[in-house]
Design a protein around this ligand. Structure first.
Ligand code: HEC
Length: 113
């Protein structure tokens, strides 16, 4: 999170902190994504972060994202980076900005901001 904050500050001098409220919008926003399908982050991860999801392209189960029920989540920086890059491309057809990544991470981690 600290690295993302430094990047976000570089992208926008007025940056002060990430916002889970904005992150929630990023998570639920539906766009025409991978394979021209209408998708949001919730398409695979469900509307409830504590529930098991399913990859809409492969049908494979995905363990819940919420660290409340899945304490291993967000403990491996490499993994978080890899999947955020991939998943932003699936939905937004581009990489997320530092601000977007930080916002959506606050939402998924359950930060109250
Ligand atoms: C096409 C299905 C799909 C979509 C859409 C999707 N994800 Fe994922 N996501 C996965 C899969 C598969 C994994 C890897 C399996 C796992 O970690 O359980 C994953 C893993 C993650 C992780 C890694 C968590 C960790 O343990 O470090 C994060 C963070 C994440 N997704 C966020 C997002 C966000 C944010 C979006 C929307 C921009 C999104 N995902 C959209 C399928 C998807």
């Amino acid at each position: 999170m600290e690295t993302l904050k430094v990047q976000a500050k570089k992208e926008n001098q007025n940056f002060s902190d990430f916002s889970a409220v904005r992150g929630k919008e990023i998570f639920f926003k539906e766009l025409i994504g991978k394979r021209e399908k209408k998708v949001s982050c919730a398409s695979c991860h469900t509307n409830d972060l504590t529930k098991t999801g399913e990859n809409i392209f492969t049908g494979k189960k995905i363990k819940p994202l919420s660290p409340k029920v899945n304490p291993k989540r967000f403990t491996n920086v490499k993994k978080v980076k890899k999947w955020l890059r991939r998943n932003f491309k699936d939905v937004y057809k581009r990489e997320g900005t530092a601000l977007e990544k930080g916002d959506v991470l606050y939402f998924m981690m359950g930060v109250q901001k």
